[in-house]
Design a protein. Structure first.
Length: 342
């Protein structure tokens, strides 16, 4: 039996969803339960990032479980803080939902958020709920901290800096293609189970991305402060162009060095898609793209989970991808653009 949200009221719902939250960070003085949260940050720079996720634009509940959605909604916000070389500490969670959602649905969603918060040691300190006439809308604000002098922006890349990327690229995009294909194949057939055998890695990359806290820790241990950094949410090509544009620089990226998982390559072939295009423009990998001075080459070359893919150039050389056979193609941002029509 599902519980109607109206039966609890707004404050009852908030109590039910947040009653088990325990604060873990010293900077979280007071969390959910008053007019505002209280945070304390002596000697730190504060980082704030907000994400808005709309049903039908950013996620499809036909194939995205609510628990996974909660985890992902939190994780992508943490990723923004890590991309500044900071540590996420608190989030606020606001949701607008229609009558088709029950209290139990929201508990699933919150279970996912709390799982991500537990894993990355982040506190939920507030939020809001409202009704919606158009499905589910989620807004999460993440607050983090960074050490003075060690916060990394997008605008610091210099000529000859090395371009690095973590993990592998294109897998989340291939996971989305699989989910969309199975949705199309099985639409209207109640009893048929989707066929995802052997493709679990791709689905996990789409449904449950993991921000790269581990790499931020490794960079700190190696005493490396990147000159510029972003997370790869809209596609490598697009993010590289952001860094170059804001740093007044150009770049050369080498196709043969772009890290791609074997399963991504096999699945791209199945779908008859160009593998390099998927890796460069797919998006939602939530890996870190960063630049370091050439003097750090040796340290970076030895760092597990980081791949050197190219270098920064002077602005007048533009942004280019060098193919395996040595041809040069101008980079184009074909990745995710939330404001593009159709």
């Amino acid at each position: 039996m599902k519980t109607e949200i109206a039966s609890l009221g707004e404050f009852g719902l908030i109590r039910r969803l947040t009653q088990d939250i325990e604060l873990k960070n010293e900077s979280s003085k007071y969390g959910v339960g008053d007019d505002a949260a209280v945070l304390s940050y002596p000697d730190k720079e504060i980082l704030v990032s907000t994400d808005l996720l709309m049903e039908g634009v950013h996620f499809d509940l036909t194939y995205v479980p609510l628990k996974h959605l909660g985890y992902k909604a939190a994780a992508v916000n943490f990723s923004d803080i890590y991309a500044m070389n900071g540590s996420p500490k608190q989030i606020t969670v606001s949701i607008a939902l229609s009558k088709r959602f029950s209290v139990e649905d929201l508990e699933e969603f919150y279970a996912g958020i709390q799982l991500a918060c537990k894993h990355y040691n982040v506190d939920i300190v507030g939020g809001d709920t409202s009704s919606s006439l158009t499905g589910l809308a989620i807004s999460i604000t993440c607050i983090g901290e960074g050490e003075k002098g060690r916060i990394v922006y997008r605008n610091g890349a210099k000529d000859t800096d090395l371009i690095c990327v973590t993990g592998d690229l294109g897998a989340a995009y291939m996971g989305l293609q699989l989910l969309e294909r199975e949705k199309a194949v099985f639409r209207g057939e109640e009893d048929v189970q989707p066929d995802f055998e052997g493709k679990e890695y791709l689905l996990e990359r789409q449904l449950k991305p993991e921000p790269r806290a581990d790499i931020i820790k490794r960079l700190a241990e190696a005493n490396i402060v990147p000159t510029a950094m972003m997370d790869v949410s809209d596609g490598l090509s697009s993010e590289l162009m952001h860094i170059c544009s804001q740093s007044d620089a150009g770049c050369r990226v080498y196709e043969e060095h772009i890290p791609i998982d074997y399963l991504t390559a096999v699945t791209a072939e199945e779908f008859n898609l160009n593998l390099t295009t998927c890796a460069m423009n797919g998006g939602e990998d939530y890996e870190l793209l960063f630049t370091v001075p050439i003097a750090d080459h040796e340290k970076i070359a030895e760092m597990e989970g980081v791949k050197l893919i190219g270098h920064i150039t002077k602005k007048d050389l533009g942004c280019a991808l060098i193919t395996r056979d040595g041809q040069e193609f101008e980079l184009k941002a074909q990745g995710w653009n939330p404001l593009k029509e159709g």
